[in-house]
Design a protein around this ligand. Structure first.
Ligand code: GDP
Ligand code: IMO
Ligand code: MG
Length: 428
């Protein structure tokens, strides 16, 4: 079984970190293929909560080698901080265990300032980005003026490239009435980080090619989610990369023939952080209950930004669309435990728009704003599921809910999680 792609099936935060942690146990390599530190992947091991932003979740398995693929945009200063933080938590990240693609693009202080400026300029139409500089970094990449990780190998030239990038951004910032960046203050920590990261830089595409040929099992760990994809999401309320399965191929430089498994991670209800259409969003006590109060680390508050997530019933239309776009071979459902205690559960199975019934979401965000979900009501259950470890431990109503999701998406559900801990998983 050579390569498995793990993709978020919704708007991110589906629990990819915990699913990746599970799949990593059967992998030799875990590779991130897109995004940057806009991601926040939580893995709960023993009594430690790991919040990973760029480093793949596989790092928590000693024998796994991790890769930051060419499709990523990397903030070198934050990556050094993340590596140091992991070391403090007892997970040393030696260069032998983490390879950074020389072709990955770098996020500079200019990108972060431009992200903020762009959001301010959009006013009420702001995307609600994570303000990590993601969009401007991908813009420079496709504009063919970005700085790549491999350039950190040549210190003087790297510093020069950074200075130029910041000076150029300062012109844009000044035009928008924003505070310019202090060039040297911005460059210095980046040069320090570059010196630290040098030994990690590699040709990861060739590494993956050789390891796959030798039979290594590779897990491609997606970030963000299908509905945030720059092509397939609710444009323009999306991120600037391709979190879908296709993005794993370009984001790592592997061919489709290497992949034999595409796992969709989906939460048993819907959440979204940031702006944009969300047909099943609830502004009532059900939404509040799904979100949680914030007293648990798994409650619905952003791992990266701490923002409360918008919550609602599971959107089966979006999930069916995600299954189609990615070609899921299986689905893993997370947070089933959170649905305990409802007398009934609602599941959106179609949309109504201008008198028509839709089985898939419309392309335009404006149309998606206007759709009315058509709900099916299923029986709820009262039992606490946190101790369930096999299908027989789940109440009939929970099994019925899972089966209905599988039928809607025409994809089998291979596992459901019933809590954030490693073993709180029911495999089918
Ligand atoms: P990711 O970005 O897709 O990796 O997801 P996040 O880590 O941002 O958010 C998912 C949250 O749900 C994390 O706090 C996880 O620890 C938590 N989580 C994952 N699976 C379960 C589960 O089955 N039950 C509960 N209660 N929490 C879970
Ligand atoms: P993980 O990997 C949830 C959202 C932002 C915003 C939009 C664009 O943890 O699932 P960006 O900073 O990427 O330009 O923001 O995308 N977003 C995420 N939402 N989980 C994520 O990552 C996200 N990464 C970006 O909230 O709406
Ligand atoms: Mg997250």
């Amino acid at each position: 079984m050579p390569a498995t792609i793990l993709v978020g099936a919704q708007w991110g935060d589906e629990g990819k970190g915990r699913v990746a942690d599970w799949l990593a146990a059967e992998s030799d390599i875990v590779a991130r293929y897109g995004g940057g530190d806009n991601a926040g992947h939580t893995v709960y091991v023993g009594d430690q909560v790991f919040k990973l932003h760029m480093v793949p979740s596989g790092i928590l398995h000693e024998r796994v080698v991790c890769v930051l693929g060419n499709g990523m945009v990397i903030n070198p200063v934050n990556l050094v901080k993340e590596i140091e933080h992991l070391a403090q938590m007892g997970v040393p990240v030696e260069p032998a265990r983490l390879l950074i693609s020389a072709r990955a693009h770098l996020i500079t202080p200019a990108h972060i300032a431009l992200d903020r400026a762009s959001e301010q300029a959009r006013g009420s139409q702001a995307i609600g980005t994570t303000l990590r500089g993601i969009g401007p970094a991908y813009l420079d990449k496709t504009g063919r003026r970005g700085i790549r990780a491999g350039e950190m190998l040549e210190a003087d030239r790297f510093a020069e490239r950074l200075r130029d990038a910041i000076k150029s951004a300062n012109q844009t910032l000044a035009a928008q009435g924003m505070e310019p960046l202090d060039v040297e203050q911005a460059v210095e920590p980046y040069c320090e980080a570059a010196a630290r990261l040098k030994p990690y830089i590699a040709d990861t595409a060739v590494f993956l090619y050789e390891r796959l040929r030798a039979g290594a099992r590779v897990l491609c760990e997606g970030a963000q989610g299908t509905l945030l994809d720059v092509d397939h999401g609710s444009y323009p309320f999306v991120t600037s990369s391709s979190p879908t399965a296709g993005g794993a191929l370009t984001g790592l430089g592997i061919g489709p023939g290497a992949v034999d498994r595409v796992v969709g991670a989906a939460k048993c209800f819907s959440t979204r952080v940031g702006s944009g259409p969300m047909p099943t969003e609830l502004h009532d006590e059900v939404g509040d209950r799904l979100r949680g109060t914030g007293e648990h680390f798994w409650d619905e508050y952003g791992t990266t930004t701490g923002r409360p997530r918008r919550c609602g019933w599971l959107d089966g239309v979006m999930l069916r669309y995600a299954a189609a776009i990615n070609g899921f071979t299986e689905l893993v459902l997370t947070k089933l435990d959170v649905l305990s205690g409802f007398t009934a559960l609602k599941l959106a199975v179609a949309y109504r728009l201008d008198g028509q019934t839709l089985a898939f979401p419309p392309a335009a965000a404006e149309a998606l704003e206007r759709v009315e979900p058509i709900y099916e009501t299923l029986p709820g259950w009262q039992e606490n599921l946190s101790q369930a470890r096999q299908a027989a431990d789940l109440p009939e109503a929970a099994l019925q809910y899972i089966q209905r999701i599988a039928a809607l998406c025409e994809v089998p559900v291979s596992a459901v999680s019933v809590g954030p801990e490693r073993d709180q998983l029911v495999r089918f």
